[in-house]
Design a protein around this ligand. Structure first.
Ligand code: T1G
Length: 694
């Protein structure tokens, strides 16, 4: 028997135990062990039924993603699950933790499923750019109906044990000792001579012939550009139209097409990168962390309110401080409105809303923060104000409290310098809306203690964020790269492009919206204020490229004023505005620039390559530890399309040597001031390597 799968007899029941930490992934050894143990149990005359149970924290959480991209080795999972389903003896799956992907497919091939009440089941392969490839798309529709199966498979969401029981996917929900409960259940099956249910022999019921077409329409917007959701629909449709064996063939075809696609490689890269960012080079996994039992947020504005919700949502009581009662009332009203929206959508109960609201304590007094273990400052983005606030915090906060700034640009070291405890100061840069956006840029100052960084990384996960640790520089990782893209986008306007052309190119690339539509959404006055604050540090051309001054000068701040780069109707639908075109053309003339036709390819290259080059500089400077950190920042903070893997992963797909050549081309056109290749990028290009080359 293999070292990860064992077989034992529990009176007249054969117990197959899988033990492959951390998540019992279905590696080659687990597949081989499962096949061997099942075969052994089938011929074991002492046993009348088999139970598949997993040691550790979870039932099998799917195929071993680390094996993807390598030559597949036998036994292949579809064959293992067929062996289990064909067993003449009843096979019972004992489910705890998260039975996902291939793990749930193994359970679906069993004849009965028993689950702990805390368990979850699902087929999240679509999130990896693929689809269930071991019968999940053929068996689940037969067990719970085509509609329910389609929703689960095409969205990649999971069901609780209770939901799965109600849907007919689980036969019994238990508490306590799962292993004992499953063995007992198997005993009943044998004693009562219960018939074996082979899911493949069932029919996949469809409640509406237009289900698949309607569903494709319904998800078109949110899954724009993604292949896998559409393939999931085709596979589930096959389950309703083809006999099981042919449906399995169809599933395999669709699976193989996706698995060999660039999208699947990109999305699997993102899965691993998201786990990698949690590991900080040089910071031992066992680094001590501080306990965060109570938090404080300073500033009840849009960001402050959203940050307070993050703590309340994670069950951490939070004090929300502001200097004016009006601001506090306004901030609390927005929080209440956000929660009421979730209750109305059914994603939150009224009781849970009340509990979370009750855990947010408003205050006008700094003293109220004296017991907080961590305080996040979210006040106006100006150094003098930040310093004043941190001086006061330093006076009231208890020893050992972490003082964090939500600044999105400013120098954390300078902020820390006004305190007597720079080792306890760091940046925690949330993204708007803070209660929604997953990214958290944790900014490590030059004197920030290791345990403070470790605490912030752990806390980031606890408040359901994807935390990335970055160093101090202007704009950290995300905004620093964004500034290069924004620069090029404005230069392209004055050279001949229009906002709608630039936005269309980046929208078609896969971003939720282009830079000008995004500016209008966030409010052009925000970018304008940053520009004014930095004017003396801009290059002569950047200063002269003052389109935003001209547009804001007209009181056009974007959606909130009904007009910005675009005009907006009362439903906030955008349309190009001839006045803006006129303004841009006039601007070019004033700048003495002859407008030219600019290709979509040039727009894409200048917007993406400028930020990729900046990403390489960020790696050169050690502001980000790995290219995957940059990819995660852009995917979870700036809407970079997940099926392109992030800017650095994308750079490898485009070819770093091609990007280097393009940088030199633009350098000769626009100057080294803007297009000086980063040393790392040049080195990689000359070696014919990529950011992820081994
Ligand atoms: N393969 C290999 N390693 C895995 C893994 C997997 N499927 N899932 C998790 N890990 C590693 C992960 O990298 C990390 O390692 C550690 O386990 C803990 O994970 C034929 C083809 C299970 C809900 O998509 O959703 O089956 O960083 O930090 O937050 O149809 O991991 O410690 O070294 O995420 O508690 C389908 C993927 C595969 C599930 C646990 N299955 N996993 O979350 O811990 S495709 C999935 C998860 C498939 C078949 C197809 C989560 C989790 P390290 P973690 P967590």
């Amino acid at each position: 028997m293999s070292e990860v799968v064992s077989y034992s007899r529990q009176r007249n029941i054969g117990l197959i135990t899988v033990d492959n930490p951390p998540v019992n992934a279905l590696s080659q050894a687990v597949r081989a062990g499962l096949a061997e143990a099942t075969a052994q149990g089938i011929v074991d005359d002492e046993v009348a039924a088999l139970v598949i149970w997993c040691a550790g924290r979870t039932f099998m959480a799917g195929a071993d993603i680390r094996e993807f991209g390598r030559a597949p080795r036998a036994p292949h999972l579809p064959d293992v699950v067929q062996l289990i389903e064909n067993s003449p003896k009843p096979v019972i799956a004992a489910i705890h933790g998260t039975a996902l992907g291939g793990g749930f497919e193994v359970a679906l091939s069993c004849h009965f499923r028993v689950a702990l009440a805390s368990a979850k089941v699902g087929l999240p392969e679509v999130k990896l750019g693929i689809l269930p490839g071991a019968g999940g798309t053929q068996r689940l529709p037969r067990l719970i109906g085509a509609r329910a199966a389609l929703e689960l498979i095409a969205s990649g969401t999971s069901m609780s044990a209770q939901q799965a029981y109600a849907a007919g996917a689980i036969d019994e929900v238990v508490d306590g000792d799962l292993r004992a409960a499953a063995l007992k259940f198997a005993g009943h099956v044998v004693a009562e001579k219960r018939a074996i249910h082979r899911v493949s022999s069932l029919t996949a019921k469809v409640d509406d012939p237009n289900l698949f077409e309607e569903y494709a329409k319904a998800i078109a917007k949110k899954s724009r550009g993604l292949l896998a959701p559409l393939y999931c629909i085709k596979a589930v449709q096959a389950a309703t139209e083809l006999p099981f064996a042919e449906g399995m063939k169809r599933e395999r075809e669709l699976f193989m097409e996706l698995q060999s696609s660039p999208q699947a490689r990109a999305q699997q890269h993102v899965f691993m990168a998201e786990r990698e960012v949690a590991k900080i080079p040089g910071l031992a996994e066992e680094t001590a962390t501080r306990e965060i039992k109570a938090a404080g947020v300073l500033g009840a504005g849009t960001m402050g309110g959203g940050i307070a919700m993050c703590f309340a949502n994670a069950g951490i009581p939070v004090t929300l401080l502001d200097t004016s009662q009006d601001n506090l009332d306004r901030g609390l009203a927005i929080i209440r409105k956000n929660y009421a929206g979730s209750v109305a959508k059914g994603s939150l109960t009224q009781a849970e809303m009340d509990k979370r609201l009750a855990s947010i304590k408003p205050s006008l007094s700094y003293e109220a923060l004296a017991e907080a273990d961590l305080i996040v400052e979210a006040v106006f983005e100006e150094m003098a104000i930040k310093k004043e606030v941190f001086t006061k915090l330093d006076a009231v906060a208890k020893a050992g409290a972490i003082l964090a700034s939500n600044t999105s640009y400013l120098d954390i070291n300078e902020i820390a310098s006004v305190t007597r405890r720079p080792q306890d100061v760091m940046g925690m840069h949330f993204f708007s809306p803070a209660n929604v956006m997953k990214l958290l840029e944790n900014v490590r100052g030059e004197r920030t203690a290791a345990e403070v960084c470790a605490t912030a990384m752990k806390l980031g996960k606890r408040i359901a964020k994807v935390p990335v640790l970055v160093g101090v520089c202007d704009g950290f990782v995300g905004n620093r790269m964004l500034a290069k893209r924004t620069r090029e986008a404005f230069f392209l306007l004055e050279e001949g492009a229009l906002p709608q052309q630039v936005d269309r190119v980046l929208y078609d690339f896969g971003f939720p919206m282009g830079p000008f539509a995004m500016g209008d959404l966030a409010g052009l006055d925000v970018g304008w204020r940053n520009r004014k604050a930095k004017l003396d540090r801009l290059t002569p051309r950047e200063r002269a490229c003052n389109l935003i001054d001209k547009i804001c000068g007209l009181g056009r701040y974007g959606q909130k004023t009904g007009a910005g780069f675009y005009e907006y109707d009362d439903k906030r639908n955008a349309s190009p505005d001839p006045l803006i075109e006129e303004l841009i053309v006039k601007h070019s003339a004033e700048r003495g620039l002859a407008r030219r036709t600019i290709s979509d390819q040039e727009i894409l290259e200048r917007c993406l390559y400028s930020m990729i080059n900046e990403g390489a500089k960020i790696l050169d400077e050690g502001i980000a530890a790995r290219p995957s950190d940059i990819d995660i920042v852009w995917i979870y903070g700036y809407g970079f399309p997940v099926y392109r893997g992030g800017p650095m992963f994308y750079a490898d797909q485009a070819g770093v040597e091609n990007i280097f050549a393009a940088l030199l081309r633009y350098q000769s056109q626009f100057g080294a001031q803007y297009w000086q290749p980063a040393p790392l990028l040049e080195q990689l290009a000359k070696k014919g390597k990529g950011f992820y080359s081994k």
